[in-house]
Design a protein around this ligand. Structure first.
Ligand code: HEM
Length: 239
């Protein structure tokens, strides 16, 4: 029989893809707002084209702020609709077993870069320690994404207030908000490159990718990639 293991609710899937769409729009419009020769990662012409397309920097800023507010609203709605799912997600990603998870991380990185022979030369077996609902790579990225997104949202709101009120943060605080906003986006974006590669391109993670649409994974994938979670689900089913 083709048994499937449920990984995501419909609301989990919706918030993930809304988040991804908002990130894309915020990143593109945000890059268009940079008017600093020393900081602009894509040179001058890209922001200039974007500002021209939006009918000026003012309109682009309004678009960026509106998407940011929409992004925050979507998360608040998700927390109202599925507080249990949000709690489960946070518990899983911050639950780290240093011995097991760091060993997994080191072996996985060696396997992906230098290969199995290198791992054996290091006196390490090629098997990876069993992982829970998320593996350590997913947990690491999710931690960066959660903390980074909170910094991005808080600093974004501080900048919005300094623009339109009603509170007007001190100039020094706004300066820090700009700096931290930029740094947090850079950090999450770096993780995002690995996340997208692992989740959408790497063939061995294909069932995980499909689960972000269907909500479930085949038994073999659950057993092989998330053994501790697989065992827990089976144990609960027997009780
Ligand atoms: C093209 C863009 C993206 C693709 C293809 C993608 C794909 C996926 C997939 C397939 C999963 C499920 C993994 C599993 O359950 O085993 C996932 C989970 C997740 N995604 Fe994305 N994602 C994208 C964009 C984003 C963005 C922009 C963020 C946040 C900034 C994000 C944050 C997360 C988080 C926190 C998880 C749960 C932890 C993890 O599996 O790493 N994703 N993503």
């Amino acid at each position: 029989m083709n048994i499937r293991y449920k990984r995501h609710d419909r609301s989990d899937i919706a918030i993930h893809w809304i988040n991804a769409a908002c990130w894309l729009l915020l990143l593109i419009s945000g890059l268009g707002l940079i008017q600093n020769h020393a900081l602009n990662p894509l040179g001058e012409s890209f922001p200039e084209v974007l500002r021209a397309m939006a009918g000026g920097a003012g309109n682009l800023l309004i678009f960026h702020e509106a998407v940011g507010i929409g992004w925050l609203t979507a998360f608040i709605l998700y927390l109202i609709v599925n507080p249990k799912g949000a709690g489960f997600f946070l518990k899983e990603i911050f639950n780290v077993s240093p011995a097991r998870d760091m060993t997994w991380m080191v072996r996985k990185m060696v396997l992906m870069t230098l290969g199995e022979k290198a791992l054996k030369r290091m006196g390490q077996p090629a098997e990876l320690p069993p992982q829970g609902f998320y593996n350590m790579g997913q947990k690491g990225f999710a931690q960066v994404a959660v903390i980074g997104s909170m910094v991005i949202a808080a600093t974004g709101l501080a900048m919005l207030f300094s623009d339109v009120g009603p509170l007007t943060p001190a100039t020094g605080l706004t300066g820090w908000a700009v700096t931290l906003h930029y740094l947090a986006v850079g950090l999450v974006f770096a993780g995002l490159l690995v996340h997208i590669y692992m989740a959408a391109i790497s063939p061995e993670e294909r069932p995980g990718f499909k689960s972000m649409f269907t909500g479930s994974v085949p038994e073999e994938y659950a057993r092989h990639h998330h053994r501790l979670w697989y065992d827990r689900v089976n144990q609960n089913a027997q009780e």
